[in-house]
Design a protein around this ligand. Structure first.
Ligand code: GTP
Ligand code: MG
Length: 351
């Protein structure tokens, strides 16, 4: 037996076994329900899961699970792999987490209440804000795709600053895959809004992602960072979402693998948006679409997976006289439309 197999077995022994889950579930469930009335959901920890001991909890933490919610939204296969437990145990853990968080159907009224918590990060351009119904929404993934120089990275920088205008305690997290994050640019935008540049810079956490695996790992660590450092993160920028994947997976034979990985990454990001009521902004390149003879012969990289997981999709292109055109392609409750704006040193301006 190799070392890894032994440690897997160890965690099985110390942490969790099928019996312990079955035996413990009933009484624990009751006491938990009682506690639920007294405590808030937030106070549940991994240790409250039936049969999860220190070893398994540590293992889960290392794998990026930071609380009961992250278990509740996991899939049995993934949890089983990450925790080193059987599928059946993983399924029970997930069920328990969902029960204790009262997940499942909620009424339309509750959805509306949840929607009331949504915040909108202004872009500084009235027409761009109007296109998005007020700005970039928290609780969702917004994808901007477009050719080089269309302004995708500029918008990423802008959101990192403008979220701090909206909420002075807000933080931004920037995953930079193309080495294009520029603190100088942040300063210019902060100056443009009359914000304290040092404070704005301090509240942006930047990480360079060296390859697609690193990029995914960084995203998986964000929840832990938010909880441990008690950060009020309002926006996560992934610039670019697809560049590493595109460079690493070449040829048709690798497409399925690539899409599976992007899918996992998008789900990590969607969970973050939902759990922490923050906006995830991702940028995406375009590739020429030879099938398109008329109109714009470009389409977004990442295909259906990225398109489907994004709540809002915006196509950016260069317009007349140095302006930029943002076209809303997909939004849950807004009509498609276009907005014109200029990228200026101090921010975005209406044409
Ligand atoms: P790729 O990452 O190459 O795909 O492009 P992108 O869509 O990220 O483009 P980006 O956001 O980097 O846009 C670059 C453009 O923004 C430049 O060509 C300029 O037009 C504009 N820009 C960048 N910085 C400034 C600035 O300080 N002042 C002004 N006026 N415009 C700027
Ligand atoms: Mg860019």
């Amino acid at each position: 037996m190799d070392a890894e197999a032994i440690s897997r077995d160890d965690s099985l022994l110390v942490g969790i076994s099928e019996e312990s889950v079955i035996v413990k579930e009933e009484p624990e469930k009751k006491s938990r329900k009682k506690m639920k009335n007294e405590e808030k959901e937030k106070e549940l920890t991994l240790y409250d899961l039936p049969g999860v001991g220190a070893a398994t909890a540590e293992r889960l933490k290392e794998a990026g699970y930071d609380g009961v919610m992250s278990i509740a939204v996991s899939s049995p296969g993934k949890l089983a792999e990450d925790a080193g437990v059987s599928d059946a145990v993983a399924r029970k853990l997930i069920q328990f987490a969902r029960d204790s968080l009262k997940m499942g159907f909620i009424s339309g009224v509750e959805v509306l209440e949840k929607r009331a918590r949504v915040q909108k990060i202004s872009t500084g351009s009235k027409s761009f804000d109007a296109l998005l119904g007020g700005g970039f929404e928290t609780g969702s993934i917004v994808e901007c795709f477009g050719e080089f120089g269309s302004g995708k990275t500029q918008i990423g920088h802008l959101l990192a600053v403008n979220c701090q205008k909206m909420d002075p305690t807000a933080h931004a997290i920037y995953i930079d895959t193309e080495n294009t994050f520029r603190p100088e640019r942040i300063k210019q935008f902060a100056d443009g809004l009359g914000l304290e540049t040092d404070k704005v810079l301090k509240n942006i956490k930047v990480a360079k992602a060296y390859n697609s695996d690193h990029q995914m790992l960084l995203a998986e660590k964000i929840s832990e960072m938010i909880n441990e450092d008690k950060l009020n993160v309002k926006v996560i920028i992934v610039d670019s979402l697809t560049a590493h994947f595109r460079a690493e997976f070449i040829g048709r034979g690798t497409l399925a693998d690539r899409q599976q990985k992007i899918n996992r990454h998008m789900h990590t990001l969607l969970k973050l948006a939902d759990m922490h009521n923050l906006c995830v902004y991702v940028t995406n390149q375009v590739q020429s679409d030879p099938a398109q003879f008329f109109g714009d012969p470009t389409k977004a990289v990442g295909g259906h997976i990225v398109a489907h997981a994004s709540t809002f999709r915006i196509y950016l292109r260069k317009g007349k006289k140095g302006s930029r055109v943002a076209k809303l392609i997909d939004a849950p409750n807004l009509p498609d439309g276009e907005a014109n704006f200029m990228v200026e040193t101090s921010g975005l301006k209406d044409v």
